[in-house]
Ligand binder design. Structure first.
Ligand SMILES: Nc1nc2c(c(=O)[nH]1)N[C@H]1C(S)=C(S)[C@@H](COP(=O)(O)O)O[C@H]1N2
Ligand SMILES: [Mo]
Length: 319
């Protein structure tokens, strides 16, 4: 399959000021990224296939690491997105034509505001921020990713969960026509994840819509995916179509698939080994096969921001 790798995009296509999009153009750029529009008036500022269109009005957000980010190439070609296959290169190869417009996000459950939102309408109240975060996969590899997104805490506040809401649950699109991996029974589809309201209201998590200042590649969870940097990567559910405010703890995909291996909390914890491997160290993608594995940090190094959330929890049992 022929994919247009970032390396094949001329620098002039992605770095020119003319390619910066305002907020509204970004939404329309997404329409071309989904392949639904071949040409539209007023889109001359958009790079040819729209996919890597730059986002504008992105403020520098708090909590960014100053560690060296992984390359766009690493971030967009080494992925876990089982809806597109189990191999690390499957999502990049198979999600190229994934349609991310039109895109509807349904908000349901115990909240003052609920309803069905077109992606553009959903995004409108929120400000875009860059957050450069470490991501630690439960498989013991890690990356540093410069996300662009909106604060999940702001999103939660906007929908006004009622006092009954104890958790927020998310679901990925479930479209077997577009997602070849759904034919396999690797997980019980749709992919599901969830957080407590307290976790979701912490300032760290974001709903990401971009990487390196550009519209997020399909394989990374376009048009919108969760990022929770102190938890294992599998909490970062991709291509979200449902947000549900729930009184009870939601079922989550990896916990359902292997409850003895993956818990609900899934906080990065180097002292609790996976039953089949150690979680003490991690391989930073891009450092080369001979690079030494680095120590994994409790809460992936974000303890200062989140340890208080778990002061009454036995982190060895309630993993
Ligand atoms: N819907 C969905 N979301 C998903 C996954 C998946 O298979 N399906 N994989 C998870 C895992 S295990 C990881 S490590 C991250 C990987 O995100 P990335 O490919 O953008 O680095 O996505 C998470 N979100
Ligand atoms: Mo992962």
């Amino acid at each position: 399959m022929l994919i247009r790798k970032p390396a094949d995009i001329r620098p002039s296509e992605i770095t020119s000021e003319a390619n910066y999009l305002n907020r509204r153009d970004f939404m329309r750029a997404g329409a071309i990224a989904g392949g639904s529009l071949l040409a539209a008036p007023g889109l001359s500022a958009v790079i040819p296939d729209g996919r890597y269109a730059r986002l504008a009005d992105v403020a520098k957000g708090p909590y960014s690491t100053d560690e060296t980010p992984n390359s766009f190439e690493d971030i967009s070609t080494y992925n876990n997105f089982y809806e597109f296959g189990l191999g690390k290169s499957d999502p990049a190869a198979r999600a190229e034509n994934f349609r991310t417009r039109p895109w509807t996000i349904e908000v349901t459950g115990h909240a003052e505001k609920t309803g069905s939102y077109d992606f553009d309408a959903f995004m409108k109240p929120f400000d875009l921020e860059e957050r450069i975060y470490r991501m630690r996969c439960v498989e013991a590899w890690s990356m540093v990713i410069p996300w662009v997104g909106v604060s999940l805490a702001e999103v939660i506040k906007y929908f006004q969960p009622t006092s009954k809401a104890q958790y927020v649950a998310f679901e990925t699109l479930n479209d077997p026509e577009q997602m070849p991996g759904l034919r396999g029974r690797s997980l019980d589809w749709p992919y599901r994840e969830g957080l407590t309201i307290a976790e979701a209201s912490n300032p760290l998590p974001i709903l990401a819509v971009g990487i390196y200042g550009k519209v997020i590649p399909n394989q990374n969870g376009a048009p919108i995916r969760l990022v929770v940097p102190w938890k294992y990567g599998f909490k970062g559910i991709k291509s979200i179509v449902k947000i549900h405010f729930s009184e009870t703890r939601p079922k989550t995909s990896w916990n359902m698939a292997a409850p003895g291996e993956y818990g609900f909390y899934a906080n990065v914890n180097p002292t609790v080994d996976h039953p089949r491997w150690s979680q003490a160290r991690e391989r930073r993608i891009g450092t080369g096969i001979f690079a030494e594995r680095q120590a994994t940090l409790m809460f992936n190094g974000y303890g200062e921001q989140v340890a208080h959330l778990y002061k009454d929890l036995d982190l060895r049992r309630n993993y």
